[in-house]
Design a protein around this ligand. Structure first.
Ligand code: ADP
Length: 762
């Protein structure tokens, strides 16, 4: 074998030569390694047929070779690339160069460049990916230097990759130096020391070259040689969208809140005069009346009650719709609640001459844990409707436990009537707001179509279900199924019976302070309370109320919440904390027109002892007064004038002893002290200005014993210190601040002495 041939083989060089007819006469041995064909299988025309991916191209090239060799076409001596088809069907890239051999042969030499080509393609593809992916790819080393940035950064942050390499990244894209340092440290800790949380580093707010804010969400992974790779996606749009959504949600919530507040205020505004209408009607009904007057008044009373129910319904519905309705979970006696509800409804059934029966299956648990008020509200509604829409026959309520699991009883409450029934095509819509089964229902039976809407929503809140079956003209059956937790037995029965007994005893005889700004309400409550032999003092607002409690020790304070000058919360706080121990013990009952829990919670937090809703039912008012009026009093009312008040700034014990509690002498002493105090204060102002220190010393020395006598302990150190300074004329720069402090104490001293004077004179 010739040396050149050996070389061709070792170097994997392909060489072929063709004669003037285009037939391949020679193929180097390397071709076998590259293409898989034995060289003899490529000689002649087989070369053109076998090694060309497109056979037509092969034969065309052969024709060109013939032309070149017959001098009809020039040879192209340039390097070109052509894929060579291999025996196994794969293609390899070969770089070719054609030339004319010594014996006028056509010679083509090729080098296999497939591997290089692959790498090159790979590189081009990676670059295209890195340029076009919608993410930033960073590679950083342990020192926090960025050693690679994908070109895609330009699209996202506006910087070219080169601009942010090394430490530039941290200096340029972060909002502040501190933020950059914190982020660098947190990422390093997370990647290299497994410290901290991904949550701390997964989102960053960065700034673009233009100075705009962009939110980037990162994924981190370890790279080679102590590096890490961060891939960041631009989530600015998502964040802005979330922000917009949040804003929209807040706006929607705010408008619901506004609607809710509007309804609450409206209901308050309507209830206040309604309170007067119902209350005065109540009072008038207790007087001697002609039959006609009584009938008119009773109609007025019923109309007032209906209006009140409507307002309450609208308020309930708005609360239910804005998810503001709170459900209580307390243990109560279900059987007793059912009996009470039926008892309330019995009057209505009797008026209509229909029967009302309650059947409680013996398997029904007595004590359950749920919201008894809401359950009563639902039942009152359903039974109320059944009675309303039934003219003959009656209503039967059947209560039965249908299942028990894990101390949860599933109880069915069936309210069946023999009334007018509901037409089948309306049956599904009776639970919708303001829907009535027939257009003339409101005219004939009244109502607004809100009751069942509220019932359904309440039942949902209690995790129960309701369904209705009805035959038009025959009657309807509403069935509510509630899961109720079975509770422990308690002794509430005894209390219930006791309170019933007390309501009948209508002589209370308490001294009551009524703090209420509305004149009608004042008159109404006063008239009602006087009927029960209570003495009533009226304060027009919280401030007046506070003043009155400083003068008299009442048995009970009834406090409106919303009042001008000072509201009920503020007044309560002062009465409960700032007057005296005895006064702080007076029970305060909030009178509120709101049924909102937050309102009540606020009232109780302010220190009120209980609350009653306006318009109050006489029985409820009586019960609550009875409950609080009989609290063990610290001092009997008859001894009120001898009450020893606990003042905060004065202590009259010494003087009382000295004067043997002789009020006239005490009055005289206090009056004298007032005069002395006034003169001293005037002198203080004048002489300090003139720097007449010795005059000041004499006067201060003179007033000193009175300060001690009246037990003004807070003023004592100030007066002693002033006396010293004036006498020795030292540290006089402190005089002004001492005088200021003293004056603020004297203001309170005067207030308390005035209260004492008033009570002594009385
Ligand atoms: P309201 O009774 O105030 O009109 P509800 O929401 O309680 O409103 O009831 C909606 C409607 O469903 C009623 O107007 C009536 O047409 C129908 N309905 C409710 N209960 C009964 C019943 N027991 N018998 C017949 N119709 C009923």
């Amino acid at each position: 074998m010739k040396t050149s041939e050996l070389l061709l083989n070792d170097a994997n060089l392909i060489a072929i030569s063709a004669d003037e007819k285009g037939h391949i006469k020679y193929v180097s041995a390397a071709v076998e390694k590259i293409s898989g064909y034995k060289t003899e299988n490529l000689l002649g025309d087989l070369w053109w047929e076998n090694t060309y991916c497109n056979k037509k191209d092969g034969l065309a090239f052969k024709q060109n070779v013939i032309k070149i060799l017959s001098n009809k076409s020039p040879i192209n001596g340039k390097v070109y690339e052509r894929r060579m088809l291999c025996k196994d069907g794969s293609c390899r890239w070969i770089e070719w160069r054609d030339s004319l051999g010594a014996n006028n042969n056509f010679v083509s030499v090729g080098v296999d460049i497939s591997d290089w080509k692959k790498k090159e393609e790979h590189k081009i593809q990676s670059e295209a990916i890195l340029k076009n992916i919608p993410s930033i790819v960073l590679v950083s080393n342990k020192n926090g230097e960025i050693i690679f940035v994908s070109p895609s950064i330009e699209k996202i942050l506006g910087y070219t990759a080169n601009e942010v390499l090394g430490r530039n990244w941290w200096q340029k894209v972060f909002l502040s130096k501190n933020k950059a340092e914190d982020a660098k440290e947190a990422i390093n800790n997370y990647i290299f020391s497994n410290k901290g949380s991904y949550l701390d580093i997964f989102k960053q707010k960065l700034k673009t070259k233009e100075g705009l804010d962009k939110w980037i969400e990162w994924q981190y992974s370890k790279g080679v040689n102590d590096t890490y790779i961060s891939i960041g996606s631009d989530i600015t749009d998502r964040i802005l969208q979330d922000f917009e959504l949040k804003k929209a949600k807040e706006a929607a919530e705010e408008s619901v809140q506004v609607k809710n507040e509007f309804l609450a205020n409206m209901s308050h505004e309507i209830r206040t005069p309604l309170n007067a209408v119902i209350g005065f009607t109540d009072l008038l009904l207790e007087t001697t009346l002609t039959t006609e007057q009584r009938q008119h008044l009773e109609t007025m009373h019923t109309s007032g009650e209906i209006l009140l129910t409507l307002i309450n319904n609208v308020l309930d519905l708005s609360k239910l719709e804005s998810n503001k309705f709170e459900i209580e979970k307390t243990s109560f006696n279900l059987k007793r609640t059912l009996n009470e509800v039926v008892k309330l409804m019995r009057v209505k059934a009797q008026e209509k001459g229909i029967s009302l029966d309650l059947i409680i299956n013996s398997n029904t648990p007595s004590e359950v844990v749920s919201d008894s008020n809401r359950i009563s509200q639902i039942l009152l509604n359903l039974i109320g409707n059944a009675i309303k829409f039934t003219d003959k026959g009656g209503v039967t309520i059947t209560v039965v436990k249908i299942e028990e699991n894990d101390k949860i009883a599933t109880i069915s409450f069936e309210i069946k009537d023999t009334g007018i029934g509901i037409v089948s095509n309306k049956i599904n819509s009776v639970f919708g707001a303001f829907t009535q089964a027939k257009n003339d229902t409101s005219r004939i039976y009244g109502g607004t179509g809100l009751g069942l809407t509220i019932v359904k929503k309440l039942i949902n809140l209690l995790n129960g279900e309701i369904k209705v079956e009805s035959v038009f003209g025959k009657g309807s059956t509403f069935t509510m199924v509630l899961p109720l937790k079975i509770g422990e037995k308690n002794s509430s029965k005894i209390n219930a019976e006791k309170s019933k007994e007390e309501v009948n005893d209508k002589n209370l005889g308490y001294s009551i302070l009524l703090v209420e700004d509305n004149k009608t309400n004042q008159l109404l409550a006063k008239t009602r309370l006087q009927r029960w032999n209570c003495t009533v003092d009226i304060a027009d607002n919280g401030f007046e109320g506070v003043k009155k409690t400083q003068q008299q020790l009442y048995d009970i304070i009834m406090m409106d919440i919303q009042m001008p000058v000072m509201d009920g919360y503020e007044a309560t706080k002062i009465i409960k904390n700032d007057i005296s121990e005895e006064v702080s013990k007076i029970p305060i009952i909030a009178m509120t027109a709101f049924t909102s829990k937050t309102e009540i919670k606020r009232a109780l937090e302010a220190g009120m002892d209980d609350y009653i809703f306006k318009p109050f039912k006489p029985d409820e008012l009586f019960k609550i007064l009875k409950k609080y009026g009989d609290h063990p009093k610290i001092i009997e009312p008859t001894m009120k004038n001898e009450v020893k008040r606990s003042y905060k700034h004065i202590n009259l014990e010494f003087l009382e002893k000295e004067t043997l509690n002789e009020s006239t002498v005490l009055v005289l002493l206090i009056e004298l002290f007032f005069k002395d105090l006034k003169a001293y204060m005037q002198l203080l102002d004048e002489k300090v200005k003139l720097k007449k220190w010795q005059d000041l010393y004499k006067e201060t020395h003179k007033i000193k014993p009175s300060i001690s006598m009246f037990g003004i302990t807070k003023l004592e150190p100030i007066v002693f210190s002033l006396e010293q300074k004036f006498k020795e004329e030292i540290d006089l720069e402190d005089v002004d601040s001492l005088v200021k402090k003293g004056k603020s104490i004297i203001v309170n001293v005067k207030k308390e002495l005035k209260i004492e004077l008033k009570s002594l004179r009385e």
